[in-house]
Design a protein around this ligand. Structure first.
Ligand SMILES: Cc1cc2nc3c(=O)[nH]c(=O)nc-3n(C[C@H](O)[C@H](O)[C@H](O)COP(=O)(O)OP(=O)(O)OC[C@H]3O[C@@H](n4cnc5c(N)ncnc54)[C@H](O)[C@@H]3O)c2cc1C
Length: 394
């Protein structure tokens, strides 16, 4: 194994794998790629604990473009990731996302966001309560002012297959995964020169990419930079319902911030804990109370048959939460040009992986964005404390 790579990714889950994939797919990049990942099971990574959905319904054009790139990637998934004719089964289900509005204020915001979505080519549409009742007859629409529905391009997939697809292809292309943990990053004369591993090994690098998920701030501190990213608890629950719902159950977001959707023969749900505060890096606890006190009453309020449900399973998760503006942070600090961030996805990182992996590979190979201009999301805004708010955060 070499002790020098042109590019090292710190963290080998969805984003590290996507960066490795796009670098090794690009004929203009002829360097070597090493990915440092301490846990090959990925048991305590967001990537294995996500809810695996993709949407166009964002409020910022750049996020819509990023997800549309992800949708195109999914459309051609097998071709994109196959190795000797084999690709993981993605099992994509296009169901749309349904955002419920409680009052005129919600409706006004939804319409403003929809205008931006339409300008970006997303086929979202407003629904009156009567239209909600017609399309989703299992829902109690009497307490709604209306809703916004996305196109059936939006939907859910097997997130593990998605991640393994580009990981396996990157390895096939020559990327090397190293089972170890980065404990320090070497810096000299305004450039990173390599990483130090827990095993004591030292690896030199031309570029280093921070793809460490909720621990990204720890990595940033190793090079003396601040990153407003912290772990926040997000528990997932799967439940069964006694009454079978024959209609589409899209990923539905209630005004209280609870979301639910059909997941195979069951339903998947989650919400935002109250209070929503930073947690310890090793806290992957299931917040059982959240289901009883917050989530179940809310889903049953909008879908009366959800009054009779049984919990099937649950798991604890973390969001790598960007406290400045809930948006991803990409690119380098001007004073450290070969150390790149790809962090702070705040719950959107699976769907953003393809576009962000490609964008980071372009920054490294060409020194600029070529496919989607993400400069508005660059690290500069962190340094200058200039948030770029995304209003549709789930
Ligand atoms: C409940 C839940 C639901 C979600 N739902 C969705 C969804 O529907 N759609 C969507 O797009 N996204 C969703 N997400 C978000 C998505 O899972 C993440 O944004 C995405 O997986 C981020 O991938 P990552 O590689 O940045 O981070 P992670 O998957 O967290 O991986 C980071 C990796 O870095 C490694 N690492 C940490 N420290 C070091 C170190 N010092 N040295 C080396 N490696 C290190 C870790 O071991 C880990 O494997 C959800 C997340 C959760 C928790």
């Amino acid at each position: 194994m070499t002790d020098s790579y042109d590019v090292i990714c710190i963290g080998g889950a969805a984003i590290g794998a996507a960066v490795a994939y796009y670098l090794t797919e690009n004929p203009d990049f002829d360097g070597t790629v090493g990915v440092i990942e301490p846990d090959p099971s990925y048991d305590l990574a967001q990537t294995s604990r996500a809810q695996n959905s993709i949407r166009e319904q964002f409020s910022h054009p750049v996020n819509i473009a990023i997800s549309q790139y992800g949708l195109d990637f999914i459309d051609n998934f097998v071709e994109n990731v196959q190795v000797e004719g084999q690709a993981p089964e993605l099992n994509y289900r296009g169901t749309g996302y349904l955002f419920l509005a409680r009052d005129d204020n919600d409706l006004e915001n939804f319409e403003k966001q929809m205008k931006i979505q339409h300008e970006c080519g997303a086929m979202t549409r407003m629904l009156t309560p009567a239209q909600v009742a017609e399309e989703f007859p299992y829902m109690d629409s009497t307490q709604l002012a209306g809703a916004r529905m996305g196109s059936m391009r939006e939907g859910s997939f097997d997130g593990w297959a998605f991640f393994q697809g580009y990981r396996q292809r990157a390895i096939h292309n020559g990327a090397e995964y190293i089972t170890d943990r980065v404990v320090d990053v070497d810096v000299a004369d305004g450039r990173v020169t390599g990483v130090v591993l827990e095993s004591g090994r030292r690896i030199s690098a031309g570029h280093v990419v921070n793809t460490a998920g909720p621990r990204a701030k720890q990595i940033a501190e190793m090079v003396g930079l601040d990153l407003p990213v912290e772990p926040r608890a997000r528990t997932s629950f799967v439940f069964d319902c006694r009454t079978k719902i024959e209609h589409n159950v899209p990923l539905t977001i209630t005004p209280e911030g609870v979301h639910f959707r059909r997941e195979q023969h069951h339903y998947m749900t989650g919400g935002v804990p109250d209070p929503d505060e930073t947690i310890a890096y090793d806290d992957w606890e299931i917040r059982h109370d959240e289901f009883e006190e917050q989530i179940w009453p809310t889903v049953a309020k909008y879908v009366p048959v959800f009054d009779q449900i049984g919990k099937v399973t649950s798991w604890g998760g973390q969001y790598a939460y960007n406290t400045l503006d809930h948006n991803l942070i990409i690119g380098a600090d001007a004073d450290l040009p070969n150390f790149l961030f790809a962090n702070g996805f705040s719950g959107h990182g699976l769907q953003q992986g393809p576009a962000v992996g490609r964008a980071v590979s372009e920054l490294i190979t060409y020194g600029e964005f070529r496919t989607i201009d993400m400069s508005v999301l660059s690290y500069d805004r962190i340094r200058n404390n200039q948030p770029v708010h995304e209003l549709v955060v789930i």
